[in-house]
Design a protein around this ligand. Structure first.
Ligand code: GTP
Ligand code: MG
Length: 331
């Protein structure tokens, strides 16, 4: 039964054979502009917004709009899906272990593909350590609980440490060199660069089987570049666009997306909750899972699941140590 469903589905998806030159009105020159801007397949074009497409490709907005409409028809998107179809897509969701069974249980089995998981907390709360651990776990073969895939990391704070990957890989008994070869790191120098890298992530899937996209930190550049009330709206708009790029990547490639975020008494408000994550509702509404990390004694961290659509709120205690993220050893 499952086999038959799969065959039917493959028949229904001739999209991949079409190239963007098949879109009426897209000649060689336009195709080149589109490709340079990162819009190089039907699906990416179909889900683009005319304004964004015009902005990054240099094509007039009216033409961009026509291209998108045509791509939507050809890619057969923009239609309503039945509940059954959505269920079918959701059946493809897989979960990736965080390294801690307690945290996995809190998340309903681990972080999910097709959605964004946000880890937020103060400095030293273990966000970057979790990103490293997820990267290692994703490269682990499927029969050992991983995705057997490659990983993209957008590193905005220059905190990626290959040495930590080596330690964590050894602790899992997997070849550190193989793991390092499967992790692709791009340093983002400012928020615009970060947005661009998010848009270009899809290109990497042509060469590598990527099932995990990490952004550490999601908000640091935005926070430092857009200070004060006057620039808040622009910051939120850009952040929103970036989050949707990330989510789109996760949905199209059935990949997990995990991001980190800081907390503070936000610079844009004078009074407020000092434990509130940056980016407020924009980030909160796009992230499916929000995990708040607090420091505890002796390398322990308390992870709290906040605002989940279908899981109960709760807490798990995890250990951050030499070997990476794990459960707290029973005493
Ligand atoms: P910011 O990015 O500054 O907001 O913090 P963060 O939440 O990303 O913190 P990070 O993940 O970098 O956590 C730092 C903590 O992880 C340190 O205080 C250590 O407790 C732990 N840690 C980092 N590296 C190691 C390591 O090699 N060995 C051990 N045992 N612990 C480590
Ligand atoms: Mg960090």
């Amino acid at each position: 039964m499952a086999e038959r469903k799969k065959e039917e589905k493959e028949e229904k998806e001739p999209v991949k054979q079409l190239s963007i030159e098949d879109i009426p009105g897209v000649g060689e020159a336009t195709a080149e502009k589109l490709r340079e801007a990162g819009y190089d397949d039907m699906m990416t074009l179909a889900v683009a917004s005319p304004k964004d497409l015009a902005e990054v490709s240099g094509i007039a907005e009216g033409i961009a709009s026509k291209i998108i409409v045509a791509a939507r028809k050809m890619a057969d998107v923009g239609n309503f899906e039945t509940g059954e179809e959505i269920l079918e897509r959701r059946r493809e969701i897989s979960k990736l272990t965080t390294g801690s069974k307690a945290l996995d249980d809190l998340l309903g089995g681990g972080i999910e593909t097709q959605s964004i998981s946000e880890f937020y907390g103060e400095f030293g709360s273990g966000k970057t350590q979790i990103m490293h651990q997820l990267a290692v776990n994703a490269t682990t073969p499927v029969d050992k609980g991983g995705f057997g895939s490659h990983v993209l990391l957008i590193d905005t704070e220059n905190t990626f440490r290959p040495e930590r990957i080596v330690q964590m890989s050894k602790a899992k008994g997997i070849d550190p060199e193989e793991v390092l070869k499967s992790i692709h790191v791009a340093r983002a120098y400012n928020s615009h660069h970060q947005i661009l890298l998010g848009e270009k992530a899809a290109e990497m899937t042509k060469e590598f089987p990527i099932r995990l996209l990490l952004v550490d930190s999601l908000t640091a550049h935005f926070r430092s570049e857009y200070m004060g009330r006057g620039s808040l709206a622009e910051r939120q708009q850009l952040l929103n666009r970036h989050m949707h790029d990330l989510l789109r990547f996760g949905t199209i490639y059935n990949a997990a997306v995990a991001v980190t975020n800081q907390v503070s008494a936000r610079p844009d408000v004078f009074f407020g909750d000092p434990t509130a994550p940056i980016g407020g509702n924009i980030v909160g509404h796009t992230a499916t899972f929000r995990v708040y990390l607090r420091k505890s004694k002796a390398g322990k961290r308390i992870a709290r699941l906040v605002d989940s659509p279908y899981l109960p709120e709760g807490e798990a205690v995890i250990q951050v140590g030499e070997d990476g993220i794990s459960d707290v050893a029973p005493v």
